[in-house]
Design a protein around this ligand. Structure first.
Ligand code: ZN
Length: 288
């Protein structure tokens, strides 16, 4: 997970920009009338996000055509986002694009693997329609993270995946993602989560939830397959020219370089694992 500074948009201005582009006057009026409720939801969200209590916001379990606030249905609130923020040519589309641009180096902050091409609702709009255009609920994301994550709503503090705008500090600076080499042919790299023991229990569980919800173990494994194919040739050359110690040194240097960039990237975990495996450095790298 990569941290992103909290977007500084004024929530009410964003909501207003979205609904101003609605041509149906009756719908626009009804949406204007619920502005205070939408802002109350926005304030509640921000306060709970800052105290890592977003799971306490109750989901809306009604149907699309049911009224969820004032005289506005769930479907109408969802379409404020899908038609008037995502819609190309709409004034609020600029805000959508600007939030997308917050992705660090264009990468998805949730997995660190995919390219951020879409916005993910941290609290899904189908269950939390009143925050469907709230900027701090919109996270730049790759398609895999947006569509492939677990559909379950967090009902406890421990089940909450990491939030790139609000979960900074030790989630970023401490290492919790690791990998190990399984001595098989082909070689297998197993990723796992092991947060520092001094963390509180909720934080320890949350990184596990994040890892599971975004299916990171298997997605990282796919990346590793490509990486090892390239590595095999490089390491064979180091081995034949300089021997096993050179193989180890090379892998160790790459590990520290990745660690300098991100403590919890799949590359940091991978290179730490392979550089500390005697079996891998002694020729196991060829088992792919
Ligand atoms: Zn992603």
């Amino acid at each position: 997970m990569r941290a992103i500074d909290v977007p500084t948009y004024n929530a009410q201005e964003v909501y207003q920009t979205c609904i101003n582009s609605i041509s149906d006057e009756g719908l626009r009026d009804r949406l204007n009338l619920v502005t205070a409720s939408i802002m109350a939801s926005a304030n509640d969200y921000t306060q709970k996000a800052m105290t890592k209590q977003l799971f306490q916001i109750p989901p809306v379990d009604s149907d699309n055509d049911d009224i969820v606030v004032g005289a506005v249905t769930k479907k109408e609130l969802k379409s404020v986002y899908s038609q008037h923020m995502v819609g190309r040519g709409k004034p609020a589309r600029q805000i959508y694009d600007d939030i997308l641009d917050l992705a660090p180096l264009g990468k998805c902050p949730l997995c660190g693997v995919g390219v951020a091409t879409t916005l993910d609702h941290y609290l899904p709009k189908s269950k939390f329609p009143t925050v469907s255009v709230l900027p701090v609920n919109l996270v730049p994301s790759c398609k895999d993270c947006n569509t492939g994550k677990s559909a379950d709503i967090a009902t406890t503090a421990e089940e909450q995946g990491l939030h790139p705008y609000f979960d900074h500090d030790y989630f970023i600076t401490d290492q919790w993602l690791f990998a190990e080499v399984i001595q098989t042919n082909p070689v297998c790299i197993r990723f796992y989560v092991e947060p520092p023991r001094e963390w509180d229990n909720v934080s320890q569980e949350r990184v596990g939830s994040h890892f599971k919800d975004y299916n990171l173990a298997s997605r990282f494994s796919l990346e590793v397959t490509n990486e090892l194919a390239i590595l095999k040739d490089t390491l064979s050359k180091y081995m034949s020219m300089l021997g096993k110690e050179a193989v180890k040194q090379h892998l160790h240097i790459v590990a520290t370089s990745h660690q300098g960039l991100h403590q919890n990237s799949w590359q940091t975990a991978l290179y730490q694992a392979v550089s500390s495996s005697e079996w891998f450095c002694d020729g196991g790298y060829a088992q792919i």
